[in-house]
Design a protein around this ligand. Structure first.
Ligand code: CU
Length: 456
């Protein structure tokens, strides 16, 4: 599926934009042309086809799923910092789609939302092309009819490697999800007041599209696990059999120094990179989601995602340095927030509608390139919401008044019930239409999202 770069071949792009706003087309054409690899970089090209596929989430049970290139999750896309990623997406679904490149700092016309491009109709092909400035574990998924399209299996991981990253013995990408299947193994249609309120939580937990896989690991080795929570609404309080592991990275790549922990919370859309091991031969270790209280939502029970079986010992060359990366703080002294973003809800005929600043699908004030943003995200509800900002990383300054234990770059952060999280971010020179929203997909769909413009 990976192919050599063909110069000046946009696929059906011209036709794909036939009816679109001329400024949208011009913005796309400019972004396409301007995406050039850095010295020594390459154009890494992939073909993806979104289509129906028969998939065994549960061994022996065939499900009519939707996947990229017939698999769930879609293929892991891999490139290096300084490369250009070019993805030609063919839509063979019976409905329109797009791809959002979650966490990537790309030009607005490549962000994949319905604000910056016309949706890709069934049968059409659209080519995304953008420069990769940052190393990290990212993911891709539709930004059209998300509650259905992601649930059926349209999502995948994107790994961008940088120079000077820690050398471990092996690397795995683990995409965690849940799916709601009926007795015949088919994906249940969306519905119900509880799902609208809580978000959709499926009873079948998945790792890379399979229920409860076994992972084989060599004794004595330490692996890098890149973990993505692609669930619609499920929080994962991740534990590796209660053993200590080291956090290496979060949404926006490496943290300044490894952090030893025994559990880490992944809100929907969150990612972590962790160093796991070494273990002893013969050990069996459960990769679990621990019990998690979500305020007014029923707590998540303790569940097993996968089992690690530790085999014969193998030599280790794993070396994790004490310093992983320099991150300069965006804010050093006291600051006054420039904006308050209020996550709330209101009662409606459908039960409950989720809002930003009292409005569904809020239009927020523009943001100027180069002006530091300090936002207070206030949760006016009694449940968690994962706040996601498109296209830009932020630093967390405070969670309920407390500074976080380590500095990091994030694109998704949990806002606890009745909590207040202060973030800082710097809009660099990528003007256009952007958005932020709750990444519980049902909340986003119901209106807990906002559009805003970045202007020069
Ligand atoms: Cu929410």
């Amino acid at each position: 599926m990976r192919h050599e770069h063909r110069s000046h071949d946009h696929g059906d792009q011209g036709q794909g934009h036939h009816c679109a706003n001329p400024s949208v087309v011009a913005g796309y054409e400019r972004a396409y042309q301007e995406a050039q690899p850095a010295a020594g970089g390459r154009v890494v090209a992939y073909d993806l086809e979104a289509r129906e596929t028969e998939w065994e989430f549960v061994p022996g049970k065939k499900t009519r799923a939707w996947g990229y290139n017939g698999q769930v999750p879609g293929p892991v896309l891999e490139a290096r910092v300084g490369d250009v990623l070019e993805v030609r997406l063919k839509n063979s679904l019976p409905e329109p789609t797009t791809i959002h490149w979650h966490g990537l700092r790309l030009p607005a016309p490549m962000d994949g939302t319905e604000n910056v491009q016309r949706v890709i109709a069934p049968g059409e092909t659209f080519t995304y092309r953008f420069f990769l400035p940052d190393a990290g574990t990212f993911w891709y998924h539709p930004h059209s009819n998300e509650t259905a399209q992601l649930e059926r299996g349209l999502y995948g991981a994107l790994v961008v490697r940088g120079n000077g990253e820690p050398e471990l013995d092996a690397e795995r990408v683990l995409v965690l999800d849940d799916v709601k299947l009926d007795r015949k193994g088919q994906v249940k249609p969306a519905g119900g007041m509880i799902e609208r309120h809580d978000g959709r939580q499926g009873g079948t937990l998945l790792v890379n599209g399979r229920e409860r896989p076994e992972l084989a690991m060599a004794a004595g080795q330490t692996e890098r696990w890149r973990i993505v929570n692609s669930s619609s609404a499920r929080y994962v309080r991740l534990s590796i059999g209660g053993r200590p592991f080291r956090l290496l990275g979060t949404d926006g790549g490496l943290v300044p120094a490894p952090v030893t922990m025994t559990e880490v919370l992944l809100a929907p859309a969150d990612r972590v990179d962790i160093a796991v091991g070494p273990f002893a031969e013969g050990e069996t270790i459960a990769v679990e989601g621990l019990r998690y209280n979500q305020g007014s939502v029923a707590p998540a029970r303790r569940r097993t995602y996968a089992t690690v079986r530790v085999g014969a010992a193998a030599p280790s060359r794993a070396a994790i340095p004490a310093t992983l990366r320099e991150i300069a703080p965006l804010v050093t002294g006291p600051v006054v927030p420039t904006r308050e973003v209020r996550l709330g809800f209101k009662m409606s005929l459908r039960g409950v509608d989720f809002t930003i600043n009292h409005e569904q699908h809020h239009r927020d004030e523009p943001v100027r390139v180069g002006e530091l943003q300090v936002w207070d995200i206030v949760n006016a509800t009694k449940m968690d919401h994962p706040f996601h900002l498109h296209g830009f990383f932020f630093q967390v300054l405070e969670v309920n008044g407390e500074a976080p234990a380590y500095l990091s770059w994030e694109d998704t952060i949990n806002i606890p019930p009745a909590g207040r999280v202060r973030i800082a971010w710097m809009p660099d020179d990528r003007p256009g239409e952007w958005m932020y929203h709750c990444h519980i997909l049902e909340h986003h769909a119901s209106g807990m999202m906002a559009h805003f413009e970045v202007v020069r």
